[in-house]
Design a binder for this molecule. Sequence first.
Ligand code: ZN
Length: 407
Amino acid sequence: MVFRVSFPPPRPRMGMRALLALIFTFWVCAPAFAETAIRDVRLGKNGDRTRIVFDLSASASPKVFLLADPSRVVVDFENADAKGFDQLKSKGLVTGLRFGHFNAKTYRFVLDLSGPAKIGRAFALDPAGGAGHRYVIDIDQATRAEFADAVRASRTTTRPAAQAAPTPRRIAPKRSHAKRMVVLDPGHGGVDPGTLGVLGVNEKIITLKVARAIRTELENSGRYRVRLTRDRDIYIPHRQRYGIAHDEGADLFISIHADSIANPKVRGGTIYTLSETASDREAARLATKENKSDIIAGLDLGTTDTVVSGILIDLAQRETLNASVEFAKTLLPRMRQQVRMHKRGHRFANLLVLKSIDVPSILLETGYLTNRDDARMLNSRSGQRKIARAVLAAVDDYFASQTVEAR
Ligand SMILES: [Zn+2]
């Protein structure tokens, strides 16, 4: 990749306050009405400094801030969109880069860093010498202490959209509707693409398609109301996902995913329910991977208590958990009738998205996107409909058995 912007002269010595002021957020006035197209992203390296350059259709003023554990730089563009450029190769301090819609207003870039760093400079460049509008961020190596200071400072001076107010715990609304409510949760989305399948389709695309197919099947039955946690390519934090189910007074929560593994021969779906300890190594691996979603999307876990302290299952969750296991056991044979399921089709793991207090919740790994047959099935409408039919049958069975028990 050709690096087209020359580095500015070294900045003069400055006091700590001025330095801190430079370290995080920079605002440049930009017209609020126009949507900015982000046309390209380029990385360059010069000694200890790594430069990231955004090519833009208009002048823009992204929010730039640092996150720890792991070290990341987050760049949030408001009213912006990006299309058609490739993933970047790692360079300098930047070991990975993801981008996508973070919420309705924000287009987010998350840069993984190889270690502690600080934002040296961040500035807009006007068109010049054949190049258009650009926004430039210089990332410099830093000591651990400098990095910690910079992260703390960005936390108090920026309010990234990620840190939306926590969902207040409310009593679930009275279930006055005759129809049961099922909340479907298409995994990943936006800046968090999930697994990349062998057919070149990201997990976030598959999960949304499968969820829509299930919604169609459930709604067409006339027996259920359905809500999707997301119905477009956008990221939703874990706690917000099960928070939606709670706020809706949902009767069931189904999180939809697709797995990946090094061995391309491994295939078949698996149903997961919550447990403090994983049922086996594979389940532990899966939980570690899926729980990283919030980190991948550039959330600041340092300020979200539930994620950090969310290991223990509280007593109130036990009853919910029993119902979740009941539903998993109902779903497994129905899935087997339609698609290939793993030999151990029901496993237990500490999955953050299943931590609802009051809504029975399962996570459905629909298959392995690293397996050609599974990937083909998941990419096809017929495959998606098979899964949807299995879920409808299981949801019917589950609520029927509940009604019997309640008599
Ligand atoms: Zn996933």
